[in-house]
Design a protein around this ligand. Sequence first.
Ligand code: PEP
Length: 247
Amino acid sequence: MTAPTPLIAGNWKMNGLAAALAEARAIADGLGGTTARVALCPPAVLVHRMSEALAGTPVLVGGQDAHTETSGAFTGDTAAEMLADAGASLVILGHSERRATYREADDLVAAKARAAINAGLEPIICVGETLDERESGRAIEVVVSQTRGSLPRELAGKAFAVAYEPVWAIGTGKTATVADIEEVHGAIRAVLTTTFGDAGATVPILYGGSVKPANAAEILHAAEVGGALVGGASLTAKDFLGIIHAL
Ligand code: PEP
């Protein structure tokens, strides 16, 4: 079975004005001969301009969330089709910040994944346990349940990725140990192959949570790690390129 091509995606969260497009350009200019697929997911209002700024480069552009519907009375929301129309080719779904702040549950994330697929976007579906869940020995149970509940059958035959992001490691400077990452990624892989058969073996499983240039090599080379979802360190070309070149 072919190993998945690694994907390294930057999640800019609610950061970045038009001036930050220069940083995106610097990332594209510094890619060198990386074997990874590289993506940047800026705030929705920057997707179009970033797509234009990165046209002709291998850097993909993605959204950070998408609605389940294609259009309608949903003030403040963005449809997957709109992201695609603006030049996005991927979208992050079910990020723990959205699960926590907007109470997004697995079935909603699955519905968003269906909408993303219908719009031709590649979803990056996030799962991950809280500190309480890890400390009470429930990390695997929680992540397996989120993975089962957030991945609709319609993903069969489509390009998508799963991102394991322990909530306690996001933006905190704490990272999971390589052993813990390998254990959780192995459990996610088992769900993927049970659900999607052989195709489940080629889905990249990204790790996310305080990935930096200093810890990227050991994380990216761990078993079943198919890339990274990077928050803070994707905001500067220096740090993001440091992670990309650790592969
Ligand atoms: C994230 O927001 O997906 C993330 C992993 O953030 P950070 O790298 O800053 O921990």
